[in-house]
Design a protein. Sequence first.
Length: 297
Amino acid sequence: MRTPQGHVRRRGGSYQIAVPLGRDPITGRYRYAYESAGSAEEAEAKKAELIEQISQGRQPQTKATVSDLLDRWLGVAELELNTRAGYEGYIERVIRPVLGSMKLRELEVRVDILDVLYAELHRCRRLCGGRELVDHRPIGRGRRKENGEPDHDCDERCRPHRCRPLEPASIAQIHSILRRAFNFAVKWRWMKENPARLATVPRNTAEMSDPPTPAEAMWLLEAAEASSPDLAVFVWLVMVTGARGCRSWCGCRGHRAASSARSAASSDRSSRTGMANTRRVPSGRIVSLPAPPMGPD
């Protein structure tokens, strides 16, 4: 690649640096990298830095912000529908209002900002900063009109704000969004390093579960079988695999799959071999399913 030259010109009380980047491969338009400086010496130094970056194949995106990166990343990231909806919610509620206007090059050397953000979210999910706010009720009606006033008439349900911490799992989701987006910025050479890799995320402490006793589990299974045999198979799957409800439901894939599982279990019971019914789940993990303690149809 031929080394670009670039030029410096004075505009008012400052100096503008322009270095050619070549033609855009998609639009065919000629592109330039721009920077500004307060003196001629500073302008020459910045021009030399831009030329070095371009010569090394690193496109200077000096004006790119976190919001620009998120928009570009969401356009190319391969995300499931539900995952994308959840990510966009975190971006619009938390990330864009706080970090959206910040330049990537500035954030690259200010990793402490991410630590402060996570710590403040762990203290108050609304990032009140000690300000006197109002928690509007019902939930979801705290939006504002164009003049900044609430879009509803406040009553006794609208109370003074009380800080509630954001769950560590939600903060970890926000951190995951930033880390993945910054990985793309590094790959696109918008940044040298991923600042999220150095940030500290609050520890996610799992809640202690309170599983039912064997007697309670049998009572629940009998009640489910009395209501619906397919429901009983579903409850049994949750009990013996320890899977969360959403995963169990996805594994069953609705009524027909539940019926198939129930038929397989009935066939296993009729054989009276006492051997476990081993099946492979979509993730590749082997799960041994014992015969359910249910009577024949």
